[in-house]
Each structure stands twice: as C-alpha cells, then as structure tokens.
Design a binder for this molecule. Sequence first.
Ligand code: BG6
Length: 392
Amino acid sequence: MLVAARKGSPLVVGIGKDEYFLASDATPIVEFTSRVVYPDDEEIVVLERGREIRIKTISNVEKTPEIKKLELTLNQLEKGGYPHFMLKEIFEQPVALANSMKGRVHVNPEKITLAGFQENRDKFLAAGRIIITACGTSWHAGLIGMYAIEEFARIPVEVEYSSEFRYRKPVVAPGDIVIAISQSGETADTLAAIEMAKAAGAFIFGICNVVGASIPRCAHGGCYTHVGPEIGVASTKAFTAQVTVLIMLALSIGREKGTLSAEKYARIIRELQDVPEKMSGILAKNDMISRFAKTFTYAHNFIYLGRGYNFPIALEGALKLKEISYIHAEGYPAAEMKHGPIALISNEMPVVVIAPQSGTYEKVVSNIQEIKARKGRIISVVTEGDTCPIMS
Ligand code: BG6
C-alpha cells in the first residue's frame, strides 16, 4: 500500500495497467500512461496493487477520483534535434503562437473569441481595477498586459510581484479582478497570492500553460496559453504566448466596453495574425545574431532600453541575458538613462536599444545620441529597412 498526501506542493497520480505512478508533474508519467488524477490540496491518495485508486480528504471523507486524459505527448518532451530545450522552444514560437491563437483570432471579419473572457465578461466589464500577479518572465508579460488593458479597456491595472503581493497585506476587495500569470501554474508565491486574494473576495483569472495545474484549478476562470510543454527553465514561447493572450483579453474587454474603436480593434487583430510569420523571419537571422553576439562576450554589464510597450521587453531581455549568460544586465525605460545610469556608459558596457518605428522613435533616437556622445556601444533592434545612421 502506497499513501501520498498533497499539501502546498503539486502532486499527480498516473493510472497505468496494473501499476500506479506518483510525481509532482505529468511529464515523467506520460511515457507510461495518459490517465491521471490531480488530487487537491490536503487530500490523501491510497494506492494498492489490484485495487482502484482511493482519495480521502484530510478529515477522512472518501472522494470520487476524477480521472483526466493528458494532452501531453512523449515527442513534445524530446529535444527534436536541438542541443537543448530552450533553443527548441525558441524556434517553436511561430507554431506555438499560431496554436495559442487558433480558434481565438479571426479575420474577415476580424474578431477575438476568448472563452475565458466570454464566460466572465460581466466581471471584466464591471471591474473597477485589475491586479496582475506573477513572477519572473511572467511578471514582464503582466507589465505588457497592463499597458494594453489600460490603453484598450481603460481599466486601472497594477502589476505585482507575487512574492511581495502575498506578504504585504494589500487592499483587495470583492469586485477586484486578480489575474495570475504562470507558465507552470505551480509557482508557490503566485498560488499563495491568489489564494489570499480569493479569500478577500476577488475574482481570480488564470493565464497558464499547464492544464490541471494548481493555479488554474484555484482560479474562478482563465485562459490557457496552449503552447505545449515548456521544459526550458527560462521561459520563451510561454512568454510570447502570455503576451498574446493578454492582448486578446485587452482587445475583447475594450471592444465590449466601447473604449476601443472598431478600426483599431480590427487592425490589431490583423497584426496579431501576422506575428507567427514575422517571428519566423526573425528566427531565420539566428546565425547572424549568433555571430554578432560573439563580439560581446567581453562584456560584464549590459543595459537594455525601451519605451512604452518595449520597456517590459527591455526588462525581459536583461533578465534573459542574466539567467542564460551570467552577464549582469539591467532594463530601463529609455528616457530614464539621463537620471543616473548615463554615468555608467562606456564602450565596456553595451547598450541594447529597442527602437521600432513607433510614436516614440524620435525620442529613442535622441536617447541613443546621448549614449553615443559618451562612447557607448549600441545594439539597436529596429524595424526592417530602418537606415537611420544613428542606429548603427
Ligand atoms: C522562474 C523562471 O524560475 O520562474 C522564469 O526562470 C519564470 O522563466 C518564473 O517566468 C515564473 O514561473 P511561472 O511558471 O510562474 O511562469
């Protein structure tokens, strides 16, 4: 007899042929069986060979086990010829994003159909404020979500680090919407943060990638990113899918509230539809980027700059450099350079500037001029065909 108990950490039971499996995640089970049970917190699992699985609550009340079928397949867990999972997942993005938008982003006519929103539209339309809580890369996606929801839906949004939100005794009230963003759906701080917000009466909405994980099961509603398992520790395809779902959500709320024009709604949807193909174009530059990167291995510090929607992107770029190459990096709003960091500029510290042709382009050009005046070395990420000499 094998007895397992779930308290705070994730637990999955695999039901095979005359055999059972226990794990914290479905990935080690999938090669043996696709039938799983996800016990809830404070539940006890009793497994005996030749007997059906039994589940009891901590107060010894029997519960009928709910057997689910895993969507996961074994080949999704293979490297597929790539040297490591992170590179595979970076290159999966065009297909992964297309999957994330499948059945949700429509053109002719342009429309978003997001079930998680439709099922809870009244909550979103009546919301006085939205709190987004997440960790790491998911927190950066939350910042982009804040920009989009405030711009399109005109609802005040605040973005919280889950580890701070759960302990600082925040003011959360019924009517508030708390969006939890988490690829794994198991990050303890984010789970604890929404349990606290739920107890305060908030409506919890999850944006996760793992079906049946703790966070989506704790939430009242939500949307899955549907990009397949992300094995790499540093999030890549899940991040771009989180941003996509947040944009779809912001578009949906804005359109229903009438705070977003039909023209802009349709235009952004057409752009969303084109993103996977544009991503493929960038990924095709992999070898050039790889050669270019080699010229910066001397650096011990980087600064990443962006404005508007590209400020969270600058933060994410800096985080990726830190967690992957162990080079210290900071992300900043481009205009903040003059308030201190400019003092650090030298040719020893490359500056990555995200400067697409957008409303703030001219301002970013002047930020770059300030950096060049101090012999700073610029790596500019620009719109294809931009020949502005300052960018090179
Ligand atoms: C960190 C990862 O450990 O956890 C990040 O390195 C990730 O990439 C963060 O964004 C949060 O994880 P999750 O699963 O809650 O999105």
